[in-house]
Write a protein that binds this ligand. Structure first.
Ligand SMILES: [Zn+2]
Length: 248
């Protein structure tokens, strides 16, 4: 049986049978893989505490018959205790991993996405940074990684520099008054998007409630949904997810 070691982020887990669970991982070198974790829901399971959603781990995986892998050994690379101490941070993390889980790319390695995911987890684990804009920022970075970074410095249709009055993810970014479609955009939200895309993200995330934040969250959600061509459950403003103790 082929066995290998890889670094991974746990995207989600779901129940299987009485005491088993399937764990969906985004690995650095092997893309998205599914692990069948036998007995993981028993209190005696060695793997139970390590393979929960948002874990950042090093894992030894072995291939099995069928689509699943088996985890031989799992170790945390970071414990992420600050992230896990806050529902806001956990929920921001869930919004990110559920979008990654929806990327149609099984068995295709994408180290860029892995690196973005790890950066999200470490950002959420750092008290210096506010969690609210982390998913929106991640969505924009993911679009950029896919070669679809939204245009924010001119009209994406005619090239006018301004005034820019709307944002249309389907067209690819901001639009002038003559070409407008999509969502209206305020100058605050426009400025915030430019800062996120333009290298000022670390400072943006230090601000508790930057102007335009609500609009930017909506626009980023819309853009990522357009990109993947379907509604993404997690990216919508959803009721708070269950506390960490309930997610194993
Ligand atoms: Zn225009």
């Amino acid at each position: 049986m082929k066995e290998f070691q890889d670094d991974a982020v746990v995207l989600r887990t779901y129940k299987s049978g009485e005491s088993d669970r399937v764990v969906v991982l985004w690995t650095r070198q092997h893309g998205k893989v599914r692990v069948f974790a036998k007995g993981i829901r028993k209190t005696t399971s060695r793997l139970g505490g390590t393979l929960e959603a948002l874990a950042y781990v090093r894992v030894n995986l072995a291939e099995t018959r069928g689509d699943f892998y088996v985890a031989r050994h799992v170790a945390h690379l970071e414990h992420l205790s600050t992230l896990r101490s806050s529902y806001d941070r956990i929920n921001a993390g869930y919004a990110v991993v559920e979008v990654v889980d929806a990327i149609p790319s099984d068995d295709v390695a994408d180290e860029g996405i892995f690196d973005l995911l790890v950066r999200v987890l470490l950002t959420l684990d750092n008290e210096e940074f506010e969690p609210a804009l982390v998913p929106a920022s991640f969505f924009f970075k993911l679009l950029a990684h896919d070669g679809s970074e939204p245009v924010s410095n001119m009209c994406v249709n005619c090239g006018r520099e301004g005034p820019l009055v709307s944002f249309d993810a389907e067209v690819g970014g901001t639009l002038c008054a003559y070409c407008r479609s999509g969502h209206s955009i305020s100058s605050d939200a426009l400025e915030l998007i430019r800062r996120i895309l333009g290298g000022d993200l670390a400072q943006v995330l230090r601000e508790p409630s930057p102007r335009g934040i609500g609009e930017v969250m909506t626009l980023a959600q819309d853009a990522i949904e357009q990109h993947f061509g379907r509604r993404l459950r997690a990216a919508k403003s959803s009721p708070p997810l269950s506390p960490p103790a309930g997610r194993t």
